[in-house]
Structure formats: C-alpha cells, structure tokens
Design a protein around this ligand. Sequence first.
Ligand SMILES: [Zn+2]
Length: 293
Amino acid sequence: MKKVLSIILIILIIFILTGCNEEKINSENFKITTSFYPMYIIALNLTKDAKNIELNNMTDSSIGCLHNYTLTTNDLKKIQESDILVINGLGLEENILNTVNKTNSNIKVIDSSDNIDEKDIISGNNVNPHIWTSINLYKNQVETISENLINLDENNREIYVENTEEYINKLNELENRENTVKEKIANVEVVVFSESLEYLIKEMNINYSIFSIGHEESGVSSEELGEIIDEINNKNIKTILIDKEDSKAIANSVSAETGATIYEMDSCLTGELDLDSYITKMNSNLDILENIV
Ligand SMILES: [Zn+2]
C-alpha cells in the first residue's frame, strides 16, 4: 500500500511540475523593443492582436532622431529583457548598437533597411538614413520587419501575415494619393531645410535644393546663409520646407530676406502612439504639398 501511495505521489509531483513548467513557458512573453518612434508605429501595426508578445519603444516618443543618442539606464533595462530589437538601420542606430550587443548578446536585431535597394538610398558625403519618409521605402521596411517577426515568432504567424496585408493596403491607398498630388505639383521648386524630409520630396519628383541645417547640424555659417539666399533668389523659389522638429530661426531669417514662404512638414519622428499615426502625418504633408503651387 505504501508503495502504491509513493507511486501516486511521484506521479502527482511530476504532473504538478510539468504543469507548472508549461504555465511558466506560456507566461514568458516574447519581448519586442523598437529603437524609436517610426519603428514603433510599424511594430504596433504588425503586432496588433498578437498573443504573448510585449511591445516596447526603447526611447520616448518625443526623443526624435537617434543620431548621437546615448542610452539611458532605463533603455538598457528594456534591452536586457528583450528578445528582439527593431531598428531603422543605415547607421542611424550605430552609436547604440555596440552597447546593445554588450548588454544582451542574445538579442535578435531586425534591421528594417535590409531589403532596401542601394540605388534608392540617398547619399552625398554621408548616407541619409531617413528612408521612412518615402512611402514606398516605408512599405519595404514594414515587409522586412514582418518577414523577420514571422520567422522569429511562429506562434503569431497568421496574425502577422494578416496585419501586414491590412497595413500595406492602407499604405497603398496613401501612395495612390501621393501620386495624385505628385502630378499636380510637377514643376514646383522648393528649398528643403531638413535631410529627414528628403526621401519624401525626392519620391514626389519635386525639384529641390537641400540645406541640412535644422536636423543634425546645430548652426549655419554666414557664408552658407548667403548661399541659401542666393539660391532662392536666383531660382525665384517661393517655398521653404522645414520639419516641425527643427529650429525655425534660420528659416525665418531666410524667409525675411527672400519673401519665400515657410511650410512646416512632419517627418514622423515624434508623435502620438496610434496605429494610423504615420498615415495621418503623411496625409498632412500631402495636404501641404498639394497647396504650395
Ligand atoms: Zn535624423
């Protein structure tokens, strides 16, 4: 009788242990962290209704671009706990990637720029990494992130596939509108003060001169300022495009000298954490561009 009881007890213990184990595995969420705002909005769309996942943005949604960004203790904590880090790539997160690998060598990095064709990348002295302001390249980023999520988290495969299709459909609609506006403003000439807007302007075939003075750079020499003013006067340019994040001081003085009008665009670097944030922002950009003629 004692022996039977022992066997029952052993079976019970095994049952409880296995049961506990299973529960532990189920409660282990798959943790996805994104480097900054535009990557978070993509991941938010792709992981909608996904099971057992936890999505975090490493940086606050008001931080903006990550050039020269230094990781905080809180960022490092998020990285330590993550299974996946989604980045824009093209050097934008270069400063932080070394630290990330040292902090969590098991973390899988999804580089959203992996499938961008080299011919589509704008590079002068440096590569311009702000590809997401091109709707077409943004779609490519969405697809690359999606493919990687499907590979790394099989359990949510169907949801990822469904969400990707839904989001790409919405982005196709946005792209259709972009094409309509593009035709309307075919011969417009503008001056752009932020490299983060360059992909959108280029995609829309707008003739532009770019002076990267508001984004990474902190100031402009009087010589450069003279060049900008000459360019606007010589070409009789009526439009200055700046990013809402950038300082308006230089644009204001150039506008005062030339009479060109300043329009504030949104390069989707900061904002609300809504599923349609990117689409809303890009539609506002199209509203502005539609009316600059
Ligand atoms: Zn930037």
